[in-house]
Write a new protein. Structure first.
Length: 98
């Protein structure tokens, strides 16, 4: 049996800030209105679970983003966000320019 994967493909969507990221993942990840929109809340959501029924109903979360904007350089926010993904149960895949 294979793991159930939730794939959130944000390629092609401009993500310049963490707020843009929260806006982009809110709907496909089923984040509740009361979601904290901060790194601690995201960590709880993807690691501890129990916040999003959509994420909780899958074994693995994979988020695809472009290597631009927030993820285009060495922004500390992007590094902190990427560090929350464990690479197994939840993965951030940053794609280079096509």
């Amino acid at each position: 049996m294979t793991d159930s994967e939730l794939v959130v493909d944000l390629r092609g969507r401009p993500i310049e800030t963490l707020n843009d990221f929260w806006d982009a993942v809110s709907e496909p990840c089923g984040l509740p209105e009361w979601f904290g929109r901060n790194l601690d809340a995201w960590s709880d959501t993807i690691e501890t679970r129990g916040i999003s029924e959509v994420i909780d109903s899958h074994d693995v979360l994979i988020v695809h983003v472009d290597r631009r904007g927030l993820f285009g350089g060495t922004l500390r926010e992007a590094e902190l966000l990427a560090g929350i993904f464990d690479g197994e149960q939840n993965r951030l895949v940053v794609h280079g320019p096509a």
